[in-house]
Design a protein around this ligand. Structure first.
Ligand code: NAP
Length: 282
């Protein structure tokens, strides 16, 4: 349990990752404050208060965080203004007197990362580090279900990833790490963890693993950059979104998410889930 009596603030509880973290902490008897854009959609948990909060509203977020010392900040949904929303929310946390913020960043976050959204994660990290609050960065790899979600209806995975590898991680493993860090933030202060699965797989291997587990024939087509933008055109997404989608694959090709980390096992005592296990469990 925390030594202070203040609740732990958790964002994103209406979503997959924040919801799992809130549930794990609630099961342990922690008092929580769930910050949600749509409070009526937040889970009803014992010892939990739900407070309305949108990252981009400085005054609302500051009020929502008053009286809290430890905050779990789940990065917001992809949006053109996501970085601005993140920076505003970090300002609110600082103004509200948060002592320690745990942020879900991204493996390979850097100003020059090929994956465009990893640049925003880096900028958010920098803003947190400059705020004076203590911090822990959880740099997640791609989630394992990204690898299964990108199989097209025709069984083809398309993208310019070449033979690059990705050490994808399950949300459950990320949630268990986050819960452990939130239980004992001081032990993880001023630390950045890469959170990955146990191995890094290429898309050719991914296609074989999914084929074997599901019986569906899945293949990988290594698109050129031009093909990648062309094949995504029918979805009608704005340029920033197409850049994010395509750079997912170019980042994998360049090895930005190929490093395997032992952080999940070290922090939780359990080996992270592999793609084979993830697909078998679906
Ligand atoms: N590593 C990866 O492969 C990967 C893949 C996808 C996403 N992500 C990132 O990881 C995060 C968590 O993943 P997830 O699967 O839990 O996503 P999710 O199920 O979409 O949940 C996102 C949560 O963030 C909340 N949220 C979004 N924008 C917000 C804002 N501006 N202000 C306040 N709350 C906001 C959502 O609230 P609402 O219910 O109101 O929308 C929801 O509760 C995502 O938000 C995204 O940044 C990473």
């Amino acid at each position: 349990m925390t030594t202070s009596k203040s609740p732990i603030a958790v964002t994103g509880s209406t979503g997959a990752l924040g919801g799992k973290v809130a549930s794990l902490l609630s099961d342990d008897g922690y008092s929580l404050r769930l910050l949600a854009r749509s409070p009526e959609r937040a889970p009803a948990l014992p010892n939990s208060a739900v407070v309305e909060c949108n990252f981009g509203d400085l005054d609302q977020a500051t009020e929502a965080l008053r009286g809290v010392e430890v905050l779990f900040m789940v990065s917001a949904a992809e949006h053109e203004d996501r970085l601005a929303q993140h920076l505003t929310f970090v300002d609110a946390a600082q103004a509200a007197g948060i002592k320690h913020i745990i942020y879900t960043s991204f493996q390979g976050a850097a100003p020059g990362a090929l994956f465009t959204l990893a640049r925003d994660h880096y900028a958010t990290e920098q803003h947190i580090k400059a705020s004076g609050m203590s911090w822990t960065m959880l740099r997640d790899s791609f989630y394992l279900d990204f690898l299964t979600a990108v199989v097209g209806e025709d069984g083809v995975i398309r993208g310019p990833a070449g033979d690059g590898r990705v050490a994808a991680v399950s949300r459950d493993d990320v949630a268990r790490v986050a819960a452990e860090v939130l239980r004992n933030p001081k032990a993880h202060a001023v630390t950045t963890y890469d959170l990955t699965g146990p191995t890094a797989v290429s898309f050719d291997e991914t296609a074989k693993i999914i084929s074997k587990a599901t019986g569906q024939r899945v293949t990988f087509h290594n698109e050129t950059l031009a093909e990648a933008y062309e094949s995504r055109k029918p979805w009608g997404a704005p340029d920033w979104q197409n850049d994010a989608w395509v750079s997912t694959y170019t980042a994998i090709a360049a090895g930005e998410v190929s490093a395997v980390s032992d952080a999940v096992e070290k922090i939780t005592g359990q080996k992270p889930m592999s793609l084979e296990q993830f697909v078998a469990a679906r």
